[in-house]
Design a binder for this molecule. Structure first.
Ligand code: PLP
Length: 488
């Protein structure tokens, strides 16, 4: 570094404003009035520090108290902005885990609001005017909808699996097919959960094929459970074979008979982690490719667990169903307290389950089900509306806007191979580009709009639009993008 350069850097660093000067800056006046002093002070210091580092690294920036005050205000505004915000999902992935999985039915939202605002019967039995159980609210509905004798709902399905294994298989063997030792995502891996719950995992079969005799050979006097795991986001296709729940039930019944004859009353249980947990047949393109909870119970599973916010379309929860004898043990498990649901989630779950009493109503009123079963031509109508809105704002010389056939996905690990015929609005750019536009819509728009980039186009799949007003919001945001792109 030459002497004059060094001198001029020193001069520049010396000319950095003091913290007091920055705090006195016009941009920070309202902040100093409404926020804790230390918070504004830290922001002012950080903006000076950032400017110092920029100067040292040779950046040619203009620095004065006013500019730094403005930067401090911007950073404070970012800190203060709500972090958990509404998003418009135009990806076509229905149970989008990163975007909050299921949006709730109107009735469920109302129930959450009531429970949040007032006192409630959370643990109060009105009939007997005494302490009640929070487990009581959803149990009857879950039983009615699944054919199970009893039920308990906990924080999520990962918690449900953990609780079932630690109550019924800790210190014992649990037999599971090698084809089902899956990782679901978000660090849920079947072998890890087994280890955490102290169950001894006994793997049987091969990756692609597991037979009835594999289970039969693996069972010892110390085996507590035959575990079946829905492979969810993963499919085995080709030369494959797996054992059904009803076959597992038959194996267990044979072994339990033998044990009883030998005076051993330790029961071998069949437990299925069903993952998504469809309560009714889900109609995709006229097929229903996902097993229901009722069918798993009917096949003879002693216990079944599933998520509340995947195909069920409710709040985050894990639901375990089975016989009263087994569920009662879970209700007394120490983890039941640690993993229990709060009143708002219980309210949402109860309201969602109630809608299922009329399956047609459920398909209409539960957004996840409605999106899954909406016919493609209905999705196309929404796409046409969005395209019209966009075309009225965006000139042909700026972008081509068309409606194109697309494929939506169930998401949330459900139906991974299942193509759901859909439609999307496609933008082909003559000004700007898809990458830049997508970044603008996500980062700069108050309500982030998440679409999908395909080659050089940006797609908005309208199957996952929650309400029609979102179409106008997307159009306005895209229009804003083009307005600033043209000015560049
Ligand atoms: C999704 C899933 C889980 C985890 O459920 P969460 O409700 O997300 O905790 C566990 N097992 C299977 C098979 C799943 O698909």
């Amino acid at each position: 570094m030459g002497e004059t350069q060094a001198t001029s850097l020193n001069e520049k660093l010396r000319s950095l404003p003091s913290v007091d000067d920055v705090l006195a800056g016009h941009a920070l006046t309202s902040m100093t009035q409404s926020l804790p002093h230390s918070m504004v002070l830290d922001a002012a210091r950080a903006s000076i520090e950032a400017a110092r580092n920029a100067l040292i690294s040779g950046e040619n920036i203009r620095v004065n108290a006013g500019i730094l005050a403005e930067q401090a205000r911007n950073s404070l505004e970012q800190t203060l902005a709500p972090s958990l915000r509404r998003v418009i999902n135009a990806t076509g992935v229905i149970v989008h885990t990163n975007l909050g999985r299921s949006s709730l039915a109107e009735q469920a939202c109302q129930a959450v609001l009531e429970a949040a605002k007032s006192y409630s019967t959370l643990e109060y039995d009105v009939q007997n005017m005494q302490r009640g159980s929070r487990h009581a609210h959803c149990e009857k509905l879950i039983c009615a909808l699944t054919g199970a004798e009893a039920a308990i709902a906990v924080n999520n399905n990962a918690a449900a699996v953990m609780m079932v294994l630690s109550e019924f298989a800790a210190g014992h063997e649990a037999v599971v097919s090698r084809g089902e030792l899956v990782e679901i995502g978000g660090s849920f891996r079947v072998p890890d959960i087994m280890e955490l719950s102290n169950a001894k995992m006994v793997e049987v079969g091969t990756t692609n094929k597991t037979h009835v005799f594999d289970y039969e050979r693996a069972v010892t006097d110390n085996t507590a459970m035959l575990l079946k795991v829905h492979t969810s986001n993963y499919r085995l296709v080709g030369f494959t074979e797996s054992v059904t729940s009803s076959e597992l039930h038959d194996i267990a019944r044979g072994i339990n008979d033998t044990r009883i004859q030998a005076g051993n009353h330790y029961e071998l249980l069949v437990y299925e982690d069903l993952g998504s947990g469809a309560l009714i047949d889900i109609d995709c393109n006229g097929e229903s490719p996902e097993p229901t909870v009722a069918s798993a119970i009917a096949q003879g599973c002693d216990l079944v667990s599933f998520s509340g916010d995947k195909l069920l379309g409710g709040p985050q929860a894990g639901i375990i169903v089975g016989s009263k004898k087994l569920i009662d043990r879970l209700k007394k498990h120490p983890l039941a307290r640690a993993l229990r649901l709060d009143k708002m989630t219980l309210a949402a779950l109860e309201a969602t389950l109630r809608i299922y009493l009329d399956p047609d109503k459920a398909r209409q009123e539960i957004p996840t089900l409605r999106m899954l079963s909406a016919p493609a031509d209905e999705v196309k109508k929404t796409a046409d509306k969005l395209a019209d809105l966009l075309k009225s704002d965006v000139a042909d010389s700026i972008a081509d806007i068309t409606v194109v056939p697309e494929i939506s996905r169930a998401g949330g690990g459900a139906l991974p191979m299942y193509d759901i015929d859909s439609f999307a609005v496609r933008i082909d750019f003559k000004t700007g580009n898809a990458q830049e536009c997508s970044e603008y819509l996500i980062r700069q728009n108050d309500v982030p709009v998440v679409g999908r980039i395909k080659q050089d186009s940006l797609l908005f799949d309208t199957r996952t639009i929650v309400q029609e007003s979102e179409l106008g919001e997307i159009a306005a945001a895209v229009n804003n993008y083009f307005t600033q792109a043209v000015q560049k």
